[in-house]
Design a protein. Structure first.
Length: 354
């Protein structure tokens, strides 16, 4: 089956959605599944990521951004199967696969700017109605997309994510020195500057701990054009902005625990990364997080910081509990890998080719 991959995600600074595309493509390439496939990107735009050696990337078209995707991309795809891995694709094309990661833009519209949520609501509705194949990353997201956009006669495919990419580079502990964290106990949180990530609840929980010296490290950035950004301040809060994978690995490995009290997640990649690094996790009981984390995490109510504080206190006081969560996390992470995601994608491709 001739395949053209929409590479517009390569023109952005990678986020979690872009990570899915990059790691899935790399895993498929390692399996030899992309022979004859091409990646196409807009002409004249700098690329922020790269594909594996041997997978050709072609710059083509007259336009850029969404206009390129809607006008140039369908023409460039011709009769090939078009693969879109990051929520968007040409609205009028049928012969395509689109991976829609969640329904957050309609489930929690208050977290997005009006222009963004209106545009994405229209786009997702059209893609759900017209594309020959739509996939998502969890059973939770499949149910949410069906609830908000209606049931597709062809159904929705599920391709879970992996987390082992965080182990591809040795840990870079220089970030610990930069943040003055050496020898200090800290709790780690990772995510964009969106109210959905609920950093404010973590700060309230930190204030309820018996140990007044525990620090909070928050990793991630945000795009003001997309998110209604959450601004939080605290004397024990260290904001890092974006960090490299090697620095993030060092932060996971050095943390007392990782917290992720999100209100809504279509998958939840950071907790899985933390598990790969042996970092005990506390996550929200909402969204896809129970599906992803299973019995390898402690859970909290994202609307009640006291429940997060209670779980933090339990974990910080018990080496035995931390050890049990590390072991369960390693076991969970072995089940959710990019190799398994590539295998699921390959099986889907075989069905589409028949």
């Amino acid at each position: 089956m001739a395949v053209l991959i929409n590479g517009r995600f390569m023109t952005r600074v990678p986020t979690g959605v872009d990570r899915f595309a990059l790691e899935l493509i790399r895993a498929l390439h390692r399996r030899g599944e992309l022979a004859g496939a091409r990646v196409v990107v807009p002409r004249g735009v700098a690329l922020h990521s790269s594909t594996p050696a041997g997978l050709p990337v072609h710059a083509a078209g007259r336009w850029q951004g969404h206009v390129w995707e809607q006008l140039d991309l369908p023409r460039l795809a011709e009769r090939e199967w078009l693969v879109n891995l990051c929520n968007t694709g040409p609205l009028l094309r049928r012969r395509q696969l689109v991976v829609v990661h969640d329904a957050a833009v309609v489930a929690n519209p208050q977290n997005f700017t009006p222009a963004f949520r209106h545009g994405y609501r229209v786009m997702l509705a059209a893609l759900m109605r017209r594309a020959d194949c739509v996939a998502t990353v969890s059973r939770f997201s499949a149910d949410e997309l069906t609830r908000h956009f209606g049931r597709r006669p062809q159904g929705l495919e599920v391709i879970p994510e992996g987390g082992e990419h965080i182990l591809n580079e040795p840990a870079d502990p220089s970030v610990l020195a930069r943040l003055d964290l050496r020898g200090r106990r800290y709790v780690l949180a990772v995510g964009s500057a969106s109210p959905n990530k609920n950093f404010a609840a973590v700060l309230k929980a930190i204030d309820q701990l018996a140990d007044r010296h525990v620090q909070l490290v928050a990793v991630g950035g945000g795009d003001a054009r997309v998110f209604a950004a959450e601004q939080t301040q605290h004397p024990r809060l260290h904001r890092t902005g974006r960090v490299s994978d090697a620095q993030l690995r060092a932060l996971y490995e050095g943390a007392a625990c990782f917290v992720f009290p999100s209100h809504y997640e279509g998958f939840g990649l950071p907790p899985l990364e933390a598990m790969c690094c042996g970092c005990p996790t506390i996550v929200s009981q909402r969204g896809a997080l129970p599906e992803v984390c299973g019995d390898a995490s402690l859970y909290c109510d994202p609307d009640d910081p006291a429940t997060l504080a209670l779980q933090l206190q339990r974990l910080l006081e018990s080496n035995r509990l931390a050890h049990e969560l590390r072991a369960a996390g390693f076991q969970r992470a072995r089940r959710l890998t990019w190799s398994a995601a590539a295998q699921a994608f390959s099986a889907l491709g075989q069905r589409l080719a028949t």
